[in-house]
Every structure is written in C-alpha cells, then in structure tokens.
Ligand binder design. Structure first.
Ligand code: ADP
Ligand code: MG
Length: 360
C-alpha cells in the first residue's frame, strides 16, 4: 500500500540573507515518509539553503516547516530527528573510525555495549565491516564518505539529508556509490532528501525530483515526468539534451516549427499562439528526404558509443539528433517526429506579454 503520510512539509518558505539577497522564495513542498526526493538545480539556486533550513542550521525568514504535522521551524538541529551528510566528509582526523561513528551516540549518553552494536551495524551497512580501529588518514575518499554516512545513520534519524555527498568522488566511484545509496535507502526505509546539480544522478536515484532555479521550484515530479513532460524551457534545457524551438500553436494538435506544420497531441493552447516546443534528440527520426515532414542536411556527426550524435540544419535551425543509424555529413534527410514526442509549453509570462505588446 502506498504510504501517504507527509513527514516534512515546507510552507511558503523564504530565506533572505542579511545582505538582502533572497536565496529561496515561497518554496512549498510535501515529502512523504520513506521517499527518496532530490533537489536538482544549478549551483547557487538555493539547494543547500533549503536543506540547511530543514536541518535547522538556518532559520527561514518566512514560512513554516512541519515535521510529522508539527512546526519545527525554530527547533535547534540537535533536537530534530534529522542527520546530514555533507560533500566534504568532515570526519574528525584525530579519532579512529569507531570514535567518529560513535560520536553522536556518546553525546546522548548511550550505554557502551549498545554503542558497540550500533557502530558495527552501521559499518556493515556501508560495507566497511571491521574498520573500527583504522585511522581516518588510511581511508580512500570513497571510504571516508562511507564513514560519514555511517556516522549519520547510526543515530537512526527519521530523515537523512545528503548535500552533494558524491561530489568529490571520481566518476566510477560515484556511479558505484549511487547504487549503494539506493540500496541503503531501501534497507533503512527512512526518508532521504538528496541534493545534486547532476541531472543524471537525480534521474537514476530519485522517487521524486524537485527542479530548482534561482530560489524557486520549477517542477516537481517523478524522473519520468520531469524528463518526458518538462513544464518549461528551463527544466527541458536542464534535464538532458533537448531541442527547444520557437513555435506557433496553429490550433489544437497542430504546431508550426522550423517553418513547417507538425501534428502533435496537445490541446487548449488557443489559436496562433506563440509557444516553446521541446523535442528530445532521440525522438527525431531521420528518414528519406521525400518521407519527412520537412527536409534538412546533416552538418555535423560524432560517434558517442551507444548512438551517433548529429547536427541537422533545417531552414537555418540546427537540430540535435541522436540515432543508432549513421547519416554522413552532407546528406539530405527527411525529418519525422511522432506527435507524442512533441512537447508544447507556454512561453514564460514575461515573453508572453512582450509578444502581446508587439501584436497590439
Ligand atoms: P546551491 O546549494 O544550490 O548551490 P546555496 O543554497 O548554497 O545554493 O546558495 C544560494 C544563493 O544564496 C547563492 O547565490 C549564494 O551565494 C547565496 N548565499 C548562500 N549563503 C549565503 C549567506 N550566508 N549570505 C548571503 N548569501 C548567501
Ligand atoms: Mg550547495
């Protein structure tokens, strides 16, 4: 049965720093118990600030944070059943692994025998059995980050916050740790709130993704939602490669792009309305020139391993195309796109007004 209980709710959260800069504005979010939710966005968009307010290291300038339905907006961090793993491992270099992990439990005056058991269990979870007496300096970066995770989960938090925890690792180690963190999430059954600027990492790991830009939520949804149905050009551009084109919605189910009319499945945008149109590079089918909706010419080709990446110039526009079939540079091709693969989006309001002003 689906768990529908909210563990954390952010209501109209705003953070304005002393210098007057607003890092997060009117942020609303409900996180369900046991969910793996990821804040995704470019550097500086307010991910860490939001996480720090959930942890209690920062107090919001406005709005409210609820934990299991009760306000914790101003509760100090050590009173919250929440632990954080940071990008930099921040282990105590002069303590061995056991003491690093046991630190929080000792502060809570947990009995020694219990501490030993819990530390052992935490080390098993992160695959470092028997590392109790090792010193921090003998561990690799990946191992140190595992210790940091063990140190957080040993306190049995209800929520684990992870702020770019794999950011300092090399690509191979990062991929490995992504899968391990997923497995840990399943095993622990607690809520994970994860921060990354890496869209692939977010798509791989999350139940739900919150896409952020400039302190605001742009979209929330499953990885499939976010990838297949971006709500605006920012999300489309940030998540994977995509072609974002200016279009005119002629009428329901018919859009003009690249100087030709394409069938699509969207309705309700009105008639002759300027829109943004997103087409993923893998959704453009290259066919014989006479079989396409419109013709173009291959102007660039790179072999990417799994597929070829091509640039196809159509009426002066450059389209990015991914295909397992090779079309050499210079070849004339037809462009076909399934109506389902054409995603129509409203233009941002400001541009809308500009367009309206020009029409008048
Ligand atoms: P992210 O984690 O998404 O990279 P942050 O939440 O760290 O972004 O920062 C969001 C914005 O807030 C950035 O522009 C950053 O410079 C600004 N910021 C962060 N901390 C402070 C602070 N203490 N005072 C003023 N501005 C800050
Ligand atoms: Mg950050």
């Amino acid at each position: 049965m689906e768990n529908t209980k909210n563990i954390i709710e952010l209501k109209h959260i705003t953070k304005t720093y002393e210098d007057g800069f607003t890092a997060v504005s009117d942020f609303n979010l409900e996180v369900k118990q046991g969910e793996f939710i990821t804040f995704l966005g470019p550097s500086g968009c307010g991910k860490t600030t939001t996480l720090r307010m959930i942890a209690g290291f920062d107090i919001p300038s406005g709005g409210e944070i609820l934990l299991n339905g009760k306000s914790i907006t101003e509760l100090p961090p050590n009173k919250r059943p929440i632990n954080t793993v940071f990008q930099r491992y921040a282990l105590f270099p002069h303590m061995n692994i056991f003491d690093n992990i046991a630190f929080g439990l000792k502060q809570k005056n947990t009995p020694k025998s219990k501490i030993v058991k819990k530390v052992k269990k935490a080390l098993e979870l992160v695959d470092l059995e028997g590392f109790e007496n090792r010193s921090v300096s003998t561990l690799s970066g990946g191992q140190q980050q595992r210790v940091a995770i063990a140190r957080a989960v040993v306190n049995e938090p209800q929520i684990l916050l992870l702020d770019e925890p794999l950011g300092a690792l090399d690509l191979k180690m990062r991929k490995e740790m992504q899968l391990e963190l997923k497995a840990m999430h399943r095993e622990l059954g607690i809520t994970f709130i994860y921060v990354t600027h890496d869209q692939e990492e977010a798509l791989t790991m999350s139940d739900k993704i919150v896409v952020m830009s400039e302190g605001k939520m742009q979209q929330i949804g499953t990885p499939e939602d976010i990838y297949n149905e971006p709500q605006n050009a920012f999300v489309a551009d940030f998540i994977g490669d995509s072609n974002i084109l200016d279009g005119i919605m002629i009428e329901d189910r018919l859009v003009e792009i690249l100087g030709a009319k394409f069938e699509c499945v969207d309705v309700g945008f009105g008639k002759n309305k300027p829109v943004d149109v997103v087409i993923r590079p893998e959704d453009i089918d290259l066919v014989k020139p006479e079989e396409g909706t419109i013709r173009g010419r291959v102007t660039h080709l790179i072999f990417k391993g799994v597929h070829y990446e091509m640039e196809v110039t159509v009426n002066g526009f450059e389209l990015l195309v991914h295909s397992t079939d090779l079309f050499p540079v210079g070849q004339e091709v037809g462009i076909h796109v399934d109506p389902f693969d054409i995603q129509i989006m409203n233009k941002p309001e400001s541009e809308d007004e500009e367009a309206a002003a020009i029409e008048e």
